[in-house]
Design a protein around this ligand. Structure first.
Ligand code: SF4
Length: 456
């Protein structure tokens, strides 16, 4: 596996819009409709694989201006009670449709702000999870929560770990006070380190920190100080996302002063700075946006070829069927992808009528499966082995992707990939452009236009 090399010239050249490929087919291809029947059939035929559960909590007490998530701005904590009740009903509905008992290996609370929920509400959710699913134990479980340190006390961490949470993901984005003001997320270093200390003293085995480059008022000098503070906190994993300013699509982003956004050149400099500092601190580049300590399970999985990518980014649980619970959550069982209703009213209406809330979805075609596996190989292993491809697809790689070959040769000519008789391999320089390499093989992309974010 090649060591990732930051090549600013190449990254500038390939700075075009593209999907992040957390699934294939990508979520923009899901179609509106009632997908309950397809999902129920897939669940009933679930092949004994372990489960990964995603629970979405949409509420946020304050709104970060860069946000592109599905969230509801409210300070009324009582709204969460009604929501938790529906989550529990949905667990009951989905679990009844699964044949046999399959262990939940992975569980993730995302948002929104999961810590908008009270201790009691988390306890009720875990009681229900215990009732309706077989929760993995000990090392067989990866149970995580996204934490907003601005509203979390040490007792909250103690409560969550007592329920079985063993991973935390902490939003930071940037520690600079001016940047924080510009994005309406003022969060001190002290609040953040307090939560991390509490997590570690309560036995949490992994802490992830999220950062964003490309936010208003960011400069290399300011971002360097943020990175120094972040490295002092020694997270096990780091996600570094590139901010995509799409105010036409995301209303919240209209509150960002576009004149304060860094230029594409500054954004590139911020990325380069981060890559250098993380490498100097011995973090390994996992793949798109993600870094981890050498000892982390993502790196082990990467080295032994078991790493996967799904809606939560990179994962060691790619073999699991994925069940989404809550408004707008996405699930994948076999070939079937479904997304729950995005509005709370529609979600409540479905669950209260004892129906699943699947309102968008797709059944992956055989072609989708073939292309999806190639994208997985590129994203997670930096290579496609031609003999394995032939075995899976029953066809020669170059023949199958004849439509992509001019782009493939372009990637080769510019040094992003190497081609030989046995395999296509991503070079060190190509590793920071994984999405661009994947895009060459995506037959659906031509019609996708400007809906995606850019590489930097
Ligand atoms: S970034 Fe997270 S905490 Fe901020 S508004 Fe969006 S969902 Fe809420």
């Amino acid at each position: 596996m090649s060591h990732a090399i930051f090549d600013a010239h190449l990254i500038r050249r390939y700075d075009i819009n593209g999907p992040r490929y957390t699934s294939y087919p990508t979520a923009d291809r899901f179609r509106d409709g009632d997908w309950t029947q397809e999902y129920a059939t897939a669940l009933a035929a679930a092949d004994g694989r372990a489960l990964s559960l995603y629970l979405h909590v949409p509420f946020c007490a304050t709104i970060c201006f860069y946000c592109a998530c599905n969230k509801i701005n409210t300070a009324n904590s009582r709204r969460a009670d009604a929501y938790v009740q529906r989550l529990i009903h949905e667990m009951e509905l989905q679990s009844k449709m699964i044949e046999g008992t399959q262990t939940v290996e992975q569980l993730h609370f995302g948002g929104g702000t999961p810590t908008f929920l009270s201790d009691d509400q988390f306890s009720r959710i875990f009681d229900a999870l215990d009732t309706h699913f077989l929760l993995g134990s000990g090392n067989a479980r990866d149970f995580s929560v996204e934490i907003d340190p601005r509203n979390v006390a040490a007792e909250r961490i103690e409560h969550l770990t007592g329920l079985g949470i063993n991973r935390l993901s902490i939003g930071v984005q940037d520690f600079d006070p001016d940047v924080q003001k510009a994005v309406n997320r003022v969060q001190s270093i002290e609040e953040t380190s307090y939560v991390i200390d509490a997590a570690r003293s309560n036995g949490v085995r992994s802490v992830n920190i999220d950062l964003i480059n490309g936010l208003p008022r960011q400069t290399p000098g300011r971002f360097e100080r943020t990175l120094e503070r972040v490295l002092e906190l020694q997270p096990d994993r780091l996600s570094l996302y590139s901010y995509a300013h799409l105010p036409q699509r995301f209303k919240t982003q209209r509150q960002i002063n576009a004149a304060e956004l860094p230029t594409a050149e500054t954004k590139l400099a911020l990325l380069e700075l981060a890559v250098e500092m993380l490498a100097d601190a011995d973090y390994v580049y996992v793949g798109m946006d993600h870094f981890a300590k050498q000892s982390d399970s993502l790196i082990t999985a990467r080295n032994d070829g078991t790493l996967h990518r799904n809606f939560q980014g990179y994962t060691t649980h790619g073999h699991c069927n994925l069940l989404g619970l809550g408004v707008s959550s996405i699930g994948k069982v076999g070939r079937v992808y479904v997304q729950n209703a995005k509005s709370l009213a529609d979600y409540y209406e479905a669950i209260d009528s004892k129906r699943l809330a699947c309102s968008r979805g797709i059944v992956a075609s055989t072609e989708d499966l073939v292309v999806g596996e190639v994208i997985q190989d590129l994203m997670c292993c930096d290579a496609v082995d031609f003999a394995s491809f032939r075995e899976r697809a029953g066809c020669d790689f170059q023949n199958y992707f004849a439509y992509a070959w001019p782009k493939v040769l372009d990637l080769q000519q510019h040094g992003l990939i190497q081609l030989d008789e046995d395999a296509l391999r991503v070079t060190g320089r190509g590793r920071f452009l994984l999405r661009n390499i994947c895009m060459a093989f995506d037959p659906w992309l031509r019609a996708a236009g400007e809906r995606f974010s850019r590489a930097i």
